[in-house]
Design a protein around this ligand. Structure first.
Ligand SMILES: NC(=O)c1ccc[n+]([C@@H]2O[C@H](COP(=O)([O-])OP(=O)(O)OC[C@H]3O[C@@H](n4cnc5c(N)ncnc54)[C@H](OP(=O)(O)O)[C@@H]3O)[C@@H](O)[C@H]2O)c1
Length: 372
C-alpha cells in the first residue's frame, strides 16, 4: 500500500531531496500536501510534477492541480497523510511540528529549531498523543540508529561530529572581513543558507547538542562534540562496557532522509553513493582552536543557564543571520549583537509552549533592533 506523505518546506534543501527520493519510488508514496514560503516558481513546478492534493505558500496563486490551503491548521484538518516531513527552516517549523504531534502523526523532523526550543515538551506531546518523531538531522539520525535498541541507562556518552564549516581554516583575524559568499561555501554539506551560516559559527552544533538532549532525554553533560573534517562519521554512542557504535556514510542528507522515509525498513536507492573505504586517506579528529570557539562557548554557556535560553538563542540567531545575509551586519557583529541583547534579556518567566514562542519572538525582535 502507498504511504501518504506531506512535505512542509518542499522547496528547500531537505524538501527537494525528499521529493527526489520519492520520485524514484512513486509506487510507494502518494503526495498529499507540499508547502513553500515565497518560492512560487519552484512550488508550481513541484505541483505540476507531483500533483499533490493540497499546497500552501504565502501567496494566493492557484495552480492547475490540487487545492490551495491557507495555513498549517487547515493543512492538518484536511491532510490525512501517514507521514509528515517538517523541512521548514527556522522558527516557522515550531507550530506545524506541534500541530502534527498533537494529532498523533508520524513526523520526520528536519526542522531543528522546534526541537531546540521545546524538544522535551514536543517529545512528551508526541508520546501522550501516540505520535512518533523520526529525526532527519544526520547526526541525530546516526545517534538514534546507535541507541534506539539499547538500554539508555548503559549510555556513557553520545558524540556529535562537526565539520567546522566553511571558515574552519580561516585565521581568526580574517573573520571580521568575511563575506556571505565565503560563509556559504560549505566544504562538505550542501544545505540551506541559514544552516550553512550556523555551521560556520558552530551555533548549529550548539543547537544539535540541545536537540540531542531533548530528543533522547540525555543530560547535556553526556553529549560531546568532536571535530571531524571529513564528515564521514555522523554520530557515535559509547556504552558502559566500552563499546562504541557509530554511523558512517558520505555527507549526503538523502541517506538519513531515505532511512526516515522507509523506517523501520531499509531501502536501497540509485541516488545514494556508498562509501569506498579504499578512497579515503584518513579519518581525522581534532580540537578546534580555542579562539574560534567564541560562538560555541557562548551558546553552550547559555544552554546551561536557563530552560528558556535555547529559545533566546534560536530567536536571536535567526535575526542575526538574516541581517548578515542581507549585508546589514558583519560576520563578527552578529555575535556581538546577540551578546548585548542577552545581557539585558529577562528570563524570569515560567517555561511552557507559550513562553517559548514569546521568548523566540522577543529575542528575534530585540536582536533586529539592536543591529538596525
Ligand atoms: N539542509 C540540510 O542539509 C539540513 C540538515 C540538517 C537539518 N536541517 C534542518 O532542516 C530545516 C530545513 O533546512 P533547509 O536547509 O532545507 O532550509 P531551506 O533550504 O532554507 O528550506 C526551507 C523551506 O522552508 C520554507 N520556508 C521558509 N520560511 C518559511 C515561511 N516563513 N513560511 C513558509 N515556508 C517557509 C522554504 O520555502 P521557500 O523555498 O519558499 O523559501 C523552504 O521550503 C532547518 O531547520 C535545518 O536546520 C537541514
Amino acid at each position: 500500500m502507498k504511504r501518504k506523505i506531506s512535505i512542509l518546506g518542499s522547496t528547500g534543501s531537505v524538501g527537494t531531496q525528499c521529493l527526489d527520493l520519492i520520485e524514484e519510488n512513486l509506487k510507494d508514496f502518494e503526495l498529499i500536501t507540499i508547502t513553500a514560503g515565497i518560492n512560487e516558481k519552484k512550488l508550481e513546478e513541484q505541483v505540476n510534477k507531483f500533483k499533490p492534493k493540497y499546497y500552501y505558500s504565502k501567496s494566493d496563486l492557484n495552480y492547475s492541480y490540487g487545492k490551495r490551503l491557507n495555513n498549517y491548521q487547515d493543512i492538518l484538518k484536511f491532510d490525512d497523510s501517514d507521514l509528515i516531513v517538517i523541512a521548514l527552516s527556522g522558527v516557522e517549523g515550531i507550530d506545524p511540528t506541534i500541530f502534527s504531534l498533537e494529532q498523533g502523526r508520524k513526523v520526520l523532523l528536519a526542522n531543528k529549531e522546534s526541537l531546540v526550543v521545546g524538544g522535551d515538551i514536543i517529545v512528551e506531546l508526541s508520546k501522550d498523543n501516540g505520535g512518533e518523531i523520526i529525526p532527519l538531522d544526520s547526526e541525530h539520525s546516526a545517534i538514534w540508529q546507535c541507541i534506539k535498541n539499547e538500554d539508555y541507562g548503559s549510555i556513557d556518552r553520545v558524540i556529535l561530529t562537526a565539520s567546522g564549516g566553511a571558515l574552519r581554516d580561516r585565521a581568526t583575524e580574517e573573520l571580521k572581513k568575511i563575506t556571505v559568499d565565503d560563509v556559504l561555501a560549505h566544504p562538505t554539506w550542501k544545505m540551506g543558507k541559514k544552516i550553512t551560516v550556523d555551521s560556520s559559527t558552530l551555533i548549529n552544533k550548539v543547537f544539535e547538542v540541545q536537540e540531542a538532549s531533548n530528543l533522547f532525554s540525555l543530560p547535556l553533560d553526556k553529549i560531546e562534540v568532536l571535530f571531524h573534517r571529513q564528515s564521514l562519521i555522523h554520530g557515535l554512542a559509547e556504552f558502559n562496557d566500552g563499546n562504541i557504535l557509530a554511523v558512517l556514510s558520505y555527507p549526503d542528507m538523502k541517506i538519513p532522509i531515505l532511512y526516515g522515509l522507509y523506517y523501520p525498513e531499509r531501502k536501497s536507492s540509485s541516488k545514494i553513493e556508498k562509501i569506498d573505504f579504499r578512497s579515503i586517506e584518513s579519518l581525522s579528529f581534532e580540537s578546534f582552536p580555542e579562539e574560534k570557539l567564541g560562538w560555541f562557548n557562548f551558546g553552550m554557556q547559555l544552554l546551561n543557564s536557563s530552560k528558556l535560553a535555547p529559545s533566546f538563542l534560536v530567536g536571536s540567531d535567526q535575526a542575526a543571520v538574516e541581517m548578515f545575509l542581507e549585508g546589514k551586519v558583519s560576520y563578527t557583529g552578529m555575535l556581538d549583537a546577540m551578546k548585548r541583547v542577552y545581557e539585558r534579556f529577562d528570563f524570569s518567566v515560567e517555561y511552557n509552549l507559550e513562553t517559548i514562542k514569546e521568548t523566540v519572538q522577543r529575542s528575534y525582535i530585540m536582536t533586529l533592533k539592536e543591529i538596525e
